[in-house]
Write a protein that binds this ligand. Structure first.
Ligand SMILES: [Zn+2]
Length: 135
């Protein structure tokens, strides 16, 4: 979750910053990702001003994360916000077994999808810079 948090800080989106990290079956880090624009795309002036207009162009952290591995390679995903319905479907398609998130997203059907597919979906309490976490 610390890696996911740090990844979220890289997001250019001024309104919502989401980060995610993937681990393989040996608990090795495969990679980290955050929500943003497609690689190589430079936002024109004013692009970030209208949240509604740019929303459809934003690639979610989980989708960017899944671009880093093939199906079956990752076991665990940590994400700073509960996956939205589409991202939860994507994570299931990639064979993710466990998903940990920090903030709830009420519009998401992720809990229902996780339950049906037998994926562990769990909220964790994580304060990135708390003294307890540093131990
Ligand atoms: Zn999403």
């Amino acid at each position: 979750m610390a890696l996911a948090h740090v990844a979220s800080m890289r997001s250019e989106d001024p309104y919502r910053k989401v980060g995610a990290a993937a681990l393989d079956f040996d608990n090795r880090v495969i990679g980290t990702a955050y929500n943003g624009l497609a690689p190589g795309f430079n936002a024109p002036n004013g692009f970030w001003d209208d949240r509604e207009a740019r929303q459809k162009f934003m690639l979610h952290a989980e989708v960017n994360l899944c671009s880093l591995f093939r199906r079956g390679e990752a076991k665990i995903v940590a994400t700073t916000t509960m996956p939205c319905t589409a991202c939860m479907q994507t994570l299931c398609a990639y064979g993710i077994r466990e998903i940990y998130y920090r903030e709830t997203y009420h519009k998401s059907d992720a809990p229902e999808i996780a339950s049906i597919y037998g994926v562990r979906l769990e909220q964790v309490d994580f304060s990135p810079f708390a003294v307890e976490d540093a131990r």
